[in-house]
Design a protein around this ligand. Structure first.
Ligand code: A5P
Length: 235
């Protein structure tokens, strides 16, 4: 796959296939990012054709879009249990199905929603599948703005090279939760689970983009159609 248009088609293929699996009366987590957005459009189509679901959005942007498209929305506080969340990912590791998420800026609400979901269905195009996480690009780490340089130093001590994410106007990028993001590259992540635990223990870190053991199913748009990877822990 070479060009953006082709990639968009593959994203759409995955998004449509995922939306097709939804059933009446489900509580559905709505992901963020370009692929998850295509899934929101596909879900809205099904809602227009009579599907009855309630959506829980993982970002302000997704909430706005879902509302505009007529998907009934609720909150996690009203519906503690989500049946299935459909979300994108930046990297999906073959075998483990561990993820890197958050390069689009949403990760904290995504992780809260994913962990409240019985199933996490990931929609990606084939370019997102990797042999090993974190080689290609950074792990986004969401941090409290207060003392962020100190937090960055602590992350450096754990092998990361953190870079403060900037908004287009050059100011620090702010997440929906009002936090900063430090994009952390690593020479090597030999154990993503252990790295996730380490990042969790750094004071000032709110959340990180390593999603370990959360994926139930990956719906991949490929040039040969849809491919599915399932976690062995789910049927
Ligand atoms: C949102 O910040 C992310 O976690 C996205 O799910 C991830 O970045 C994938 O986004 P794309 O579908 O736009 O690549």
């Amino acid at each position: 796959v070479t060009n953006q248009e082709e990639i968009n088609e593959l994203k759409k293929t995955a998004a449509n296939a995922a939306a097709a699996t939804l059933e009446d009366n489900q509580i559905v987590g709505l992901g963020s990012g370009s692929t998850a957005t295509l899934a929101v459009y596909a879900i809205a189509n099904r809602v227009r054709n009579g599907l009855r679901i309630t959506g829980i959005a993982t970002s302000e942007e997704t909430a706005r879009l879902a509302r505009e498209l007529g998907i009934p929305l609720s909150t996690l506080d009203e519906h503690g249990g989500i049946d299935v969340t459909i979300d994108g990912a930046d990297e999906v590791e073959l075998g483990s199905l561990h993820l890197i998420k958050g390069r689009g800026g949403a990760l904290l609400r995504e992780k809260i929603v994913a962990s409240a979901s019985t199933r996490l269905m990931i929609v990606v195009d084939e370019s997102k599948i990797v042999e090993r996480l974190g080689i290609r690009d950074a792990v986004p780490v969401e941090v409290v703005p207060f003392g962020w340089r100190t937090t960055a130093e602590r992350l450096r001590g754990r092998g990361a090279s953190p870079v403060l994410r900037k908004a287009p106007d050059g100011s620090a990028y702010l997440t929906d939760g009002g936090h900063y993001i430090l994009d952390c590259t690593f020479d090597r992540i030999s154990d993503a689970g252990a790295m996730g635990d380490q990042l969790d223990r750094v004071v000032g870190v709110v959340e990180h983009g390593l999603f370990i053991g959360m994926t139930s199913k990956v719906v991949i748009g490929t040039s040969e159609g849809v491919k599915i990877l399932k976690s062995p822990r789910y049927d």
